[in-house]
Write a protein that binds this ligand. Structure first.
Ligand SMILES: [Zn+2]
Length: 247
């Protein structure tokens, strides 16, 4: 999981969504009323989906697993928990059906004070709660929120772990190629590889490499000299600060 920059909803979209919220409220603000209103809300859904697609990483990947195509509008705070947030734009994220329907569903764990224990990638940096170990392909929790996020979204499910391990190998190889092309002066081909890297599924793997908080010597020991050198140049070229949580 990596940060997502939420787009501002245009005024006409906000108006559409506001009307639907009013309708849910008028119908008693129940889960059933919200689900019924959501079911028949084809136009608002189209607006929401278009906005979310523009925010998604790569080729419209799921904002949770970054692997599958983001096909579903997920209610971060489920309709079952907050019917009046069914049409609340900040509550919408793009998810694949596996993350949305098979894993998260209506789960919304909270701590004793009522604070949500799931990471919302549109409001916070997941790296504050989750550490991706790129070679192993697994996430480690840094906080209780990280623990619940891994559990609820199934972030360490087998297909994702294998996918990240594979992405790590491909990513390193592409970084080597990119660096070699850059050194040879072929900036056009290097830019093509850089673009492909950004569009590849599992954008969290590239981000974990480029934001790695390891010291340069440790990076050489962990990833090898060739990868460490390519990463140093990649960060310089793309103005990425290692260890930072900024976009
Ligand atoms: Zn997913």
């Amino acid at each position: 999981m990596i940060p997502v920059q939420r787009a501002a909803a245009p005024q006409n979209t906000q108006t559409l969504l506001g009307r639907r919220t009013d309708a849910v409220r008028s119908a008693g603000a129940t889960t059933r009323a919200a689900r019924e209103e959501w079911r028949k809300a084809a136009t608002p859904k189209r607006h929401i989906r278009d906005l979310l697609r523009g925010m998604a990483h790569g080729a419209e990947r799921c904002m949770y697993c970054l692997d599958n195509l983001g096909t579903d509008i997920d209610h971060f705070q489920p309709i079952a928990v907050a019917p009046l947030r069914a049409f609340d734009w900040p509550n919408h994220l793009l998810a694949c059906s596996s993350c949305n329907s098979n894993h998260k569903r209506d789960e919304y764990p909270c701590d004793e004070a009522g604070n949500c224990l799931l990471v919302d990638p549109s409001t916070e940096d997941p790296a504050d709660h989750l550490l991706l170990l790129p070679a192993s392909g697994e996430y480690e929790a840094l906080t209780p929120k990280g623990v619940q996020t891994i559990r609820v979204f199934g972030l360490n499910r087998k297909d994702l772990v294998i996918g990240r391990q594979t992405a790590f190998v491909v990513c390193r190889s592409a970084l080597h190629d990119w660096h070699a092309l850059l050194l040879s002066g072929d900036t056009v081909s290097a830019a093509e590889i850089a673009r492909a890297l950004r569009l590849t599924p599992f954008a969290d793997v590239l981000r974990s490499l480029e934001r790695s908080p390891l010291a340069p010597s440790a990076e050489v020991a962990v990833f090898g000299a060739k990868t460490a050198a390519a990463l140093t140049e990649w960060r310089r070229t793309h103005r990425v600060i290692p260890g930072s949580t900024h976009r």
